[in-house]
Design a protein around this ligand. Sequence first.
Ligand code: BES
Ligand code: MN
Ligand code: MN
Length: 458
Amino acid sequence: MEKAKKYIEENKDRFIEELFGLIRIPSVSSKSEHKADMHRATEYIKKSLLEAGADMAEVIPTEGHPVVYAEKIINPSLPVVMVYGHYDVQPAEPLELWKSPPFEPEIREGKIWGRGADDDKGQLFMHVKALEYMVKTGTLPCNIKFMIEGEEEIGSPNLGKFCQANAGKLKCDVILVSDTSMIGQDVPSITTGLRGLSYLEVEVTGPNRDLHSGLYGGAVANPVNVLAKMIASLTDENNRITIPGFYDDVLDVKPEERQEMAKAPFDAEKYKNDLDVEELTGEAGYTTMERTGIRPSLDVNGIWGGYTGEGAKTILPSTAHAKISMRLVPNQKSKKIDDLFKKHFESIAPPGVRVRARVLHGGEGYVSPVDHPAYRAASRAYEDTFGKKPIPFRSGGSIPIISLFEKVLDVKSILMGFGLESDAIHSPNENYPLWNFYKGIQTIPLFYGYYVQENPAG
Ligand code: BES
Ligand code: MN
Ligand code: MN
């Protein structure tokens, strides 16, 4: 470990400069104007992997954004670890809320600031640098592959097919992912659960044009009023989701397991302070950690319709829209939830409007096994570098492709994330502490060492 620390210390400025080069490329997957940037990002990562010591690296086109694949095979009889990460980022808007421009990374207060600093450029780059360290020092103990995609933030629409088509190339014993967070800098933890997702856009249509709200108000159904009522009815007074059948496949977590989970430290005051909210609310009968970790949820992500410009305009709008996401727990199937939602939403539409719901994307949740050799290896690695045994915990976020890896490649993933809640991923002023970045580079090589011990045959 001392050797890794020394290597990082001697090279840390270069590591940051190289990571900055990647963050400077605005690889926003959801916007077609960034198509060329997506290619630039893949070439950048390919070059970084080759410089770090990969035997080969290539950019593979898909119907969407390309994938970077690389490998270093030291001995075919040894296990193969495949690193997964994503080079695409969320849009940076609203730009005016950033203290420094999102694609001009800089260091302040010991943190890297920029879109993708954590999610997932900063985190995937730890693996590139860990590879470099292991190759330069001759300590890579097994085979390693990299698959870095560019469509995670839009639901990985092409990666399932990519995995199917390249199953031979992607053959591995375990997938290693740094795209999650820890409970705190001093509370090392390993994510053992991710939620699934159903994401739909709904449209309520009333009259064939915007109407004068004086001449027509009170006599014609107003789509915005209607949509607000419909959305409000989707949860009850206990914050339970009212869609019939919604909870049918939710597995109840056993009381003993809930007790175990409750041991993870959670500071409600700090959580509230960080967010400037006075109270935390959610499904009755569950703690905050349970509400995000083991229970499903429903949220409006955006809502629009009618006049939203300067000043007042007296109209009764013709249409109203909303984007609605449901976070699902393992065993719920997003396709089934999509169908239940659509059916229910259409059924509660009052007379005088038409309602349409369409699926944007989704995916299944995931539970990672704590009795897997790679989990044990990860746990031992964190324990070495943090001086404490990491706590397994279930995160509320989603990485839908992880459950597909299991289905298509029949391989488990281990979620060795080093992010923090305060990293503001998807928000303005995304950041990643240098401490976490270096800690990751230090911890990852230890994982490989322990993994080969725990699973010598591969
Ligand atoms: N890295 C995140 C997911 C995440 C973050 C999981 C922190 C656990 C802890 C990922 O990039 C992400 O944002 N996923 C999306 C899903 C996707 C289909 C848009 C999400 O969770 O909203
Ligand atoms: Mn991510
Ligand atoms: Mn993300």
